[in-house]
Design a protein around this ligand. Structure first.
Ligand SMILES: *Cc1c(COP(=O)(O)O)cnc(C)c1O
Length: 382
């Protein structure tokens, strides 16, 4: 099946009892057994639930994996990956990652004895040079949030595996989605999603996902999911599955609108810089072109006026764009990383990588592009 068919049919079958085309929302915690242990594959919904199974099969299908796992949030999914490790193990990770991931690494798992090394992942040698005998996991986000840097998944995976084939490479594929890039095909071991974002696509749920293609890794992750219990519920699983069915058409429009907004901003006299991997001038454009099928709907930019007041004036005055946390929904959102998504990163760390007061992140929705541009124009010109 091609991708645009997989989003709708991948891993799906009609429900057997009634022929129901969409999986029912199996809002149940438990399942009748004919005799102790004699059940129909479902014993207790922390372990598995048919609505969640339908979603997990769809996740595996669209990412070209064999096993999918749905969690209560994106962060719960990352937490499950870290539980594969042991005290003393080292994780090499990007220095420009989602604020909540950084918070979990520094304020939670460091306390339990994991070591984290932060490098700029757009240079492969930064990662391979940092590998030690304790390194067990490479954590990649690409494009990065909010600076839109690109890590070469294929090159990093093969270089890391050449040094030590047991080191796991995990990719947070939230920004790109499998519509644009498929990390398992590029040599990664684990894909993670905040399904809250593009997979769900309608800003109506919080959910995380993991996808793998190795049976042993799948077994370990399923054990963690079951033993810890941070699962996605049946209603949310239904919503995420419904979202995935339109992923390809939404992404197509996100990409078109994203490009148009990036081109508008780059020519605007009040804008100092636009961070968008689709520009030939973007330092990682060649890698982006190689590993992504298009460039997505996330655009960050800096105002020439570097004051917080100027950024706030823009953010308070858009009318179609909503100022809100999150991204990847059908509606366009603005975000001030310093005050919002990246507030948990200490100021000196933020400034080192360029997250300043004048930086604004846009999640471009699928509205009419004329209305989006008009809105940006009026808010910039105030
Ligand atoms: C939102 C987000 C997360 C965290 O996911 P939640 O669903 O909010 O827990 C992780 N990574 C990225 C890139 C995100 O945007």
């Amino acid at each position: 099946m091609k991708f645009n068919t997989k989003t709708i049919h991948g891993g799906q079958k009609h429900e057997e009892a009634t022929g129901s085309v969409m999986p029912p929302i199996f809002q149940t915690s438990t399942y009748a057994q004919a005799s102790p242990g004699a059940h129909k594959g479902y014993a207790y919904s922390r372990g598995s639930n048919p609505t969640r199974t339908a979603l997990e099969n769809a996740l595996a299908s669209i990412e070209n994996g064999t096993h999918g796992f749905a969690f209560a949030s994106g962060l719960a999914a990352i937490d499950a990956i870290l539980r594969l490790l042991q005290p003393g193990d080292e994780v090499i990770t990007g220095d420009d990652i989602y604020g909540g991931t950084y918070r979990m690494f520094t304020q939670l798992f460091q306390k339990y004895g994991l070591q984290f090394t932060y490098v700029d992942t757009d240079v492969v040698a930064n990662i391979t040079d940092a590998i030690s005998e304790n390194t067990k996991l490479i954590w990649l986000e690409t494009p990065t949030n909010p600076l839109m840097k690109i890590a070469d998944i294929e090159e990093i995976s093969s270089s890391v595996k050449a040094i030590n084939p047991d080191i796991l490479v995990a990719v947070d594929n939230t920004f790109a989605t499998p519509y644009l890039q498929r990390p398992l095909d590029l040599g990664a071991d684990i894909i993670m999603h905040s399904a809250t974002k593009y997979l769900g696509g309608h800003s109506d749920l919080i959910m995380g996902a993991l996808i793998v293609k190795d049976a042993q890794l799948a077994k370990e992750l399923h054990f963690i999911q079951f033993a810890v219990g941070a699962i996605a519920g049946p209603m949310d699983s239904f919503l995420a599955l419904r979202g995935i069915k339109t992923l390809h058409v939404r992404m197509q429009r996100h990409c078109e609108n994203g490009k148009a907004v990036a081109n508008f901003l780059v020519d605007h006299p009040k804008v100092a810089h636009v961070y968008f991997p689709g520009f030939e001038s973007h330092p990682n454009h060649e890698v982006a072109k190689k590993q992504m099928d298009d460039f997505g709907g996330m655009v960050s930019f800096k105002l020439k006026d570097e004051s917080k007041i100027a950024a706030f004036k823009f953010l308070e005055n858009t009318k179609v764009f909503t100022l809100a946390e999150s991204l990847g929904g059908v509606e366009s959102l603005t975000n001030h990383p310093v005050s919002m998504s990246h507030a948990s990163i200490p100021e000196e760390e933020r400034l080192k990588i360029g997250i300043t007061d004048s930086l604004i992140r846009l999640s471009i929705g699928i509205e009419d592009i004329d209305d989006l541009i008009k809105d940006l124009e009026q808010a910039l010109n105030l």
